[in-house]
Ligand binder design. Structure first.
Ligand code: GLN
Length: 201
């Protein structure tokens, strides 16, 4: 593709800056997406971690739900981390009242799946598509993928088999936050997906 990949970060709530910093560091042109026109100007979109029900509500208030759904249906590459993964999921097993997602990823997610006393933890994850070493992953009130459709590739799971990273075509989702632990291989993978999608257009 000609020039830098243009990647937007949905900037309604959540850890937007961390993603912008990583994307910029990897040579992408990162921008904040709040309006439909912002979305029209990017080759890929990151849905950050934060609170999925709040991002859902704000996306509807800002008239962004339908444009994002249309963009996903049109093949825009989207990477969701944590709350962003919840927003990409077709099904949420325990939504708050009225909570919706953008959907696109044929998975069911359970929010706050590691809830209770130990809500956050870090661990080293084997991610075969990224090679070695393992990815050091931070789980912060994280969701779990509890069911995957036939087109979904599982990229990583926990020792107990819980699925925490998935890909389906141009959609990538992780239950954890690579943007905070300094390992940028998931963002690099996403930029490759963005580059391939842009040159295929
Ligand atoms: N528990 C949050 C939610 O349900 C996600 C937490 C996160 O993004 N770190 O949206």
């Amino acid at each position: 593709m000609a020039g830098k990949p243009r990647v937007g970060v949905l900037a309604l709530q959540g850890d937007v800056r961390e993603h912008v910093r990583v994307l910029t560091g990897l040579g992408a042109e990162a921008s904040l997406v709040r309006r439909p026109a912002d979305l029209a100007a990017v080759d890929g979109l990151v849905l950050p971690g934060g609170e999925s029900s709040v991002i859902d509500k704000l996306s509807r208030a800002f008239g962004m739900q339908q444009p994002i759904r249309d963009a996903i249906a049109g093949g825009l590459p989207v990477y969701g981390t944590c709350a962003g993964l919840i927003l990409l999921a077709d099904r949420i097993s325990n939504p708050i009242d009225g909570q919706e997602s953008f959907g696109g990823l044929d998975v069911t997610v359970q929010r706050n799946a590691f809830g209770g006393q130990v809500e956050s933890f870090e661990t080293d994850l084997e991610v075969p598509v990224l090679g070695s070493p393992p990815v050091h992953a931070a789980f912060i009130r994280a969701p779990l993928v509890t069911q995957t459709g036939p087109g979904v590739e599982v990229l990583a799971d926990l020792p107990d088999g819980g699925v925490v990273a998935v890909r389906q075509g141009n959609l990538l989702g992780t239950a954890f936050h690579p943007e905070v632990t300094g390992d940028h291989r998931f963002h690099e993978l996403f930029l490759r997906i963005v580059g391939e999608a842009a040159s295929a257009r």
